[in-house]
Design a protein around this ligand. Structure first.
Ligand SMILES: [Zn+2]
Length: 483
C-alpha cells in the first residue's frame, strides 16, 4: 500500500484564522482525501506555531500570558477546521513537550555534525518579524518584509552553516522540488547571491524553546517551527516516522517558499535525513478587490462564511474560482453566483430531478451503459498528479454538465417502462461516479448524495458503470437558491 504524507504550514497564533489559512488547509484536505480515495495510507498534518517575541507581545497587549493566548488561538484553529470538514490526522503545537524535545535533539545532532557555531550578529533587527536584516537588505532604512522601523543591534548568536549546503540546494531545486516553476525561479535567482549562514538563536526572546547548547538563548522560531514536520511523526524512533517520512507535499503560501525550499532541506541534509518530494506554493486571495486587512475591515472569517453558505460551498468556491497557483479575489457576491449558477442549477437540480423519477419508478432500474465517457477520468487523475486541483474540479463539473445534457436530451419524464429505466440507470450511475470524484472537494455533499443513492464509502475503484441495485431516496435539496 502506498503512503502519502502531506503537511500545511503550522499557523502562527498571534491572530485567528482567515481565508488564507482556510485555503491552504482546504487544499491539503483535498489531497489527503484524494489519496485516501485511492486506498493509500495517508498522514495529514496541520497545527500551530506558538513561540516567539510576536506572541509575547500580542499576549501582553491582550493582558494575557503567552500560554493563555496560544491555548485560546490554537483552539480557534481546531474549531475552524472542524467546521470546514478538515480531515487532518494530527494537529501539532510547537508548545507540545514532545516537539520541544525533538527540536533540542535535532540541534544537538546538527551540532555534532559540526554545522552549528557561536558567532556574533551585527546589523539590524526587525522586532515584529524577529528577523536579522543586513544593511543591503534595508528598504529606505526599513524592514524589507514589513516596512517597519528596525533596530541596530549587536549580539551573540548561534549560527547554522546554511552556506555549506548551497550547491546541494540549487541542485535539488533544479530537480523540481518546488511547484509551480515560477516560484522555483524566484528562489534560484535569490540563490545567485551569497547564501549566508543562518542565525538560529535569540537572546532577546524568552517565549521559546531553550537553546540546548546554551540556555541563555532561545531557538529561532523558524528553526523550531520547521521541525514540526519531523516531531509530528515522532522522529527518530516513531513508527509514524518510519512509515511516512519523507513528506510527499509540504503545502505553503508563496511567501514562505524560501524557508521550506532552502533552510528546511539544508537542515535535513545536515541531519542526514531524506528530503521532501515537493514544496507546493499556492497563490493569495484578495477580498472585494483589496488586500485583506483589519483596518479596511475586509478580513474574511471562514466560520462565518461556512455558517452562512455551508462549508462545501466555501470549499467549492475557493478551489473553483481561480487556478491553484494564481492569485484570486473573494467576494460574497461571487460566491453566491457560484452557488446559484453551478451548485444549485447543475448539481442540486440534477440530483433532485433524477431521484424524483427514480423514487417513483416501480420495478428494477436496469439498462445499458451509454454515457460511460461522460467524465474524463484519466485526465482528472493526471491533474491530481500534476497537483492541479483547479483543472481536476473543472473536469468533474464538465462531467456533471454532460449528465444534465443527457437528461435534457432524453426527456425521461415523457418515457415509461424499459426506456425510462434505461435513462434512469445511466443517469444514476453517472451521478454516483461523479460523486466519487467530488468527495475530496465537497465531502459532506458527496456523502449526502451517496446516502440518497443508497451507497456509502465508495473508493476510486468504484468509479465505473455497474449494476444499479440500491433503493434511492430523493430527500432534501443539496443546495437552494440564495438571494
Ligand atoms: Zn519587519
Amino acid at each position: 500500500m502506498e503512503k502519502f504524507y502531506i503537511t500545511t504550514p503550522i499557523y502562527y497564533v498571534n491572530d485567528k484564522p482567515h481565508i488564507g489559512h482556510a485555503y491552504t488547509t482546504i487544499i491539503a484536505d483535498v489531497f489527503a482525501r484524494w489519496h485516501r480515495l485511492n486506498n493509500e495510507k495517508v498522514f495529514f498534518l496541520t497545527g500551530t506555531d506558538e513561540h516567539g517575541g510576536k506572541i509575547e507581545k500580542a499576549a501582553n497587549e491582550k493582558n494575557k500570558t503567552p500560554k493563555e493566548l496560544v491555548d485560546e488561538t490554537s483552539q480557534k484553529y481546531k474549531t475552524t477546521w472542524e467546521k470546514l470538514n478538515i480531515s487532518y490526522d494530527k494537529f501539532i503545537r510547537t508548545t507540545d513537550k514532545s516537539h520541544e524535545e525533538t527540536v533540542k535533539r535535532f540541534i544537538k545532532k546538527v551540532f555534532e555534525k559540526g554545522d552549528i557555531y557561536k558567532g556574533e550578529y551585527e546589523g539590524f533587527y526587525c522586532l515584529p518579524d524577529e528577523r536579522y536584516i543586513t544593511e543591503s537588505e534595508l528598504v529606505g532604512g526599513k524592514c524589507p518584509d514589513c516596512g517597519r522601523d528596525v533596530q541596530k543591534i549587536k549580539e551573540e548568536a548561534y549560527f547554522f552553516k546554511l552556506s555549506k549546503y548551497k550547491d546541494q540546494i540549487i541542485n535539488l531545486i533544479n530537480k523540481g522540488l518546488i511547484l509551480p516553476e515560477k516560484n522555483a525561479n524566484e528562489i534560484l535567482n535569490r540563490l545567485k547571491g551569497e547564501l549566508k549562514d543562518l542565525d538560529i538563536s535569540r537572546k532577546s526572546v524568552s517565549w521559546g524553546i531553550k537553546f540546548p547548547l546554551d540556555e541563555s538563548h532561545s531557538v529561532y522560531v523558524w528553526f523550531d517551527a520547521l521541525l514540526n514536520y519531523l516531531s509530528a511523526l515522532n522522529w527518530p524512533d516513531g513508527s509514524e516516522f518510519k512509515e511516512f517520512w519523507p513528506a510527499d507535499i509540504h503545502l505553503v503560501g508563496k511567501e514562505i517558499v524560501w524557508f521550506h525550499s532552502v533552510i528546511w532541506p539544508a537542515m535535513l541534509m545536515s541531519a542526514d535525513l531524506p528530503l521532501p518530494k515537493n514544496i507546493l506554493a499556492h497563490g493569495w486571495w484578495t477580498v472585494d478587490g483589496k488586500k485583506m486587512s483589519k483596518s479596511i475591515g475586509n478580513v474574511v472569517d471562514p466560520i462565518e462564511i461556512a455558517d452562512k453558505y455551508s462549508a462545501d460551498a466555501f470549499r467549492y468556491f475557493l478551489l473553483r474560482e481561480k487556478p491553484t497557483w494564481e492569485d484570486g479575489d473573494f467576494s460574497e457576491a461571487a460566491l453566491k453566483e457560484r452557488i446559484n449558477g453551478e451548485l444549485m442549477s447543475n448539481l442540486s437540480n440534477l440530483v433532485a430531478r433524477v431521484l424524483t423519477l427514480a423514487e417513483k419508478f416501480e420495478g428494477k432500474i436496469e439498462g445499458k451503459p451509454e454515457i460511460e465517457d461522460f467524465i474524463r477520468k484519466e485526465e482528472i487523475i493526471e491533474n491530481f498528479e500534476k497537483k492541479d486541483l483547479y483543472s481536476a474540479l473543472n473536469l468533474i463539473f464538465e462531467g456533471i454538465r454532460k449528465i444534465n445534457k443527457y437528461v435534457n436530451d432524453k426527456e425521461p419524464w415523457k418515457l415509461e417502462g424499459k426506456n425510462l429505466a434505461n435513462v434512469l440507470y445511466n443517469s444514476l450511475e453517472a451521478i454516483r461516479i461523479a460523486t466519487i470524484f467530488l468527495k475530496p472537494f465537497m465531502p459532506s455533499t458527496a456523502e449526502k448524495i451517496e446516502k440518497k443513492l443508497g451507497v456509502n464509502g465508495q473508493l476510486l475503484s468504484d468509479a465505473f458503470f455497474r449494476e444499479f441495485s440500491t433503493k434511492v431516496e430523493r430527500g432534501e435539496n443539496l443546495f437552494n437558491k440564495i438571494n
